[in-house]
Design a protein around this ligand. Structure first.
Ligand code: 5GP
Length: 176
């Protein structure tokens, strides 16, 4: 389970894992937010309508879900994860702190990895550099990041994302 503050580069590290470590199975989340340029349905996310998300919650199809940054909903489809675990495999979930707390309750044996920035200033810099969100949305995400940074002690281990390849390799090494 990989979590960490917004803009720390979780998505980039997970993309690196997908590219160079295909033995690691990565969960594809459902989200109600719109695709960013280059994002593909079924690959980066399952982009669904709010109605479809409601239906999935009601049908208990999500292992966990949360409203992230006070705007859109994100959740982990349960069946694919259960299938991988039942076959003796391991699953990588890239989720937010609220999701981590839910998964911890459901699967106490899971390994929770905190992806940390080299420093807070670097996190703010990465957030600005992203430039895909309007200022108000960026402020919301920084507020979330501040709360998430404070939760590091809830995790089993921390990986510092100074270098994407290194962070991905450190993460995969935990697969052992
Ligand atoms: P983004 O919109 O930048 O792709 O993701 C925003 C945040 O949503 C990230 O912090 C990411 O960890 C979180 N997120 C992505 N998928 C899930 C999910 O399935 N469940 C939860 N709880 N959070 C998720």
């Amino acid at each position: 389970m990989l979590a960490g503050p917004t803009a720390v580069g979780k998505g980039t590290v997970v993309a690196e894992v997908r590219r160079n470590h295909p033995q690691v199975w990565v969960s594809v989340s459902a989200t109600t937010r719109a695709p960013r340029p280059g994002e593909r349905h079924g690959e980066h996310y399952l982009f669904v309508s709010p109605d479809e998300f409601d239906r999935a919650i009601a049908a208990d199809e999500l292992l966990e879900w949360a409203v992230v940054h006070g705007t859109h909903r994100y959740g982990t489809p349960r069946t694919p994860v259960e299938r991988v675990l039942a076959a003796g495999g391991k699953a990588l979930l890239e989720i937010d702190l609220q999701g981590v707390r839910q998964v911890r309750a459901a699967k106490p044996d899971a390994c929770f990895v905190f992806l940390a920035p080299p420093s807070w200033d670097e996190l703010v810099r990465r957030q600005r550099g992203r430039g895909t969100e309007p200022a108000a949305e960026r402020e919301r995400r920084l507020a979330t990041a501040r709360a998430e940074m404070a939760a590091e002690s809830e995790f089993d281990t921390t990986i510092v994302n100074a270098d994407v390849r290194r962070a991905a390799a450190d993460l995969v090494a935990l697969w052992g």
